[in-house]
Design a protein around this ligand. Structure first.
Ligand code: NAI
Length: 319
């Protein structure tokens, strides 16, 4: 018989669970036996206003289906209050899904400090505050699972979203470090760049495309990553949506190694510029440790050749 991936006796905190992806997570995890904290501030997708209705509707739906859930209406900026709801209601926290988010799209030229600050407060400080409050419980029980939410906008940039892009790529660095610090305590942290139909995307994508991007189709990957059976996949980035699931990683060109002495000039780099950009023998770094080895190798090299009449992007440059 095929067995379900279950989360019985676990407490899952889902931020921004009043709609979109968060709602899909909350309903799924409750249906698989978890106690769910349904957090939602209940404001607009631009971060205006607040209310209890969004979270309450999801809690009611979970309870009507026989599941266990409580609502929390705090902003993720006050993550400690959200985690307190989990502890007060269910006595523990096992899984944190940092999902809450808003948009303040505007060209960089017209960006106001308020647009920058609010996006960073909700996405970066919000994820930090929730994880920071959960961390002592995770460490003590030697168990914790975290998902942070990035975006293609963060990984690749996106016109009119420099505030959001910066906040979303911050999730990657944040996750990588939590994964490293959590490893000893069986705390597994991963980051997803999802794509799904929600109020965030309904104005920017056509209905036929949105029909193929149900939030429910992001949920199974998240379930796999936060299940107790995942003991090794941590610090990873996944693209997920519309049935597509793929891991992303950094790729580095083999690169150019020069002797670091007085012959290490702009001209010496330009002479071998192609090597800097040559991905034919790629490396996949996950830390800076090999820089030490490279620096040692550099010292053993002969002096660098200097360029004459060097061309850079088609133009002759001085060296
Ligand atoms: P959504 O707007 O449907 O859901 C976000 C929820 O977060 C809302 O219910 C909102 O009330 C809540 N929220 C906003 N600020 C909050 C705060 N300060 N504290 C607590 N709750 C708050 O959007 P969607 O699409 O479900 O987005 C979920 C996450 O996925 C976000 O982090 C978003 O940036 C990210 N994302 C979504 C993509 C998509 O294609 N839908 C693409 C890439 C990333």
């Amino acid at each position: 018989m095929v067995q379900e991936l279950r989360f019985d006796n676990q407490t899952v905190v889902v931020t921004g669970a009043g709609g979109g992806l968060g709602k899909a997570y909350a309903i799924f995890f409750a249906s698989r036996g978890a106690n769910v904290v349904v957090n939602d501030l209940g404001g607009s997708f631009k971060g205006e206003g607040a209310g209890t209705k969004a979270a309450d509707i999801v809690v009611d739906e979970i309870k009507a289906a026989g599941g266990k859930a409580v609502a929390n209406y705090d902003s993720v900026e006050h993550g400690d209050k959200i985690i307190k709801t989990a502890i007060d209601s269910f006595g523990r926290i096992d899984v944190l899904l940092n999902n809450a988010g808003i948009l303040r799209d505007i060209s960089f030229k017209n960006m106001k400090d308020a647009d920058w600050d609010l996006i960073n407060t909700v996405h970066v400080k919000g994820a930090y505050k929730c994880a920071r409050a959960a961390w002592p419980y995770f460490r003590k029980q030697k168990y914790g699972r975290v998902i942070n939410t990035a975006s293609a906008a963060g990984l690749f940039g996106s016109f009119g979203q420099c505030n959001y892009s910066a906040a979303k790529l911050a999730q990657v660095g944040f996750t990588e470090t939590l994964a490293k610090e959590g490893a000893k305590y069986n705390i597994i942290c991963n980051v997803i760049a999802p794509i799904a139909a929600s109020r965030m995307t309904e104005t920017v994508m056509p209905p036929d495309v949105l029909a193929n991007l149900k939030p429910d189709w992001v949920v199974p990957l998240v379930a796999v990553l936060v299940h107790p059976s995942n003991t090794h996949t941590s610090g990873s980035i996944f693209e997920v949506g519309g049935g597509h699931i793929a891991k992303l990683r950094w790729e580095r060109a083999k690169g150019l190694l020069l002797k670091a002495d007085e012959t290490y000039t702009p001209g010496a780099i330009l002479k071998k510029w192609d090597k800097v950009n040559d991905f034919s023998e790629p490396e996949y770094p996950n830390g800076v440790a090999d820089f030490v080895t490279k620096a040692e190798e550099s010292m053993k090299l002969p002096p660098n050749e200097q360029g004459e009449d060097i061309r850079f992007d088609g133009k002759v440059v001085l060296v």
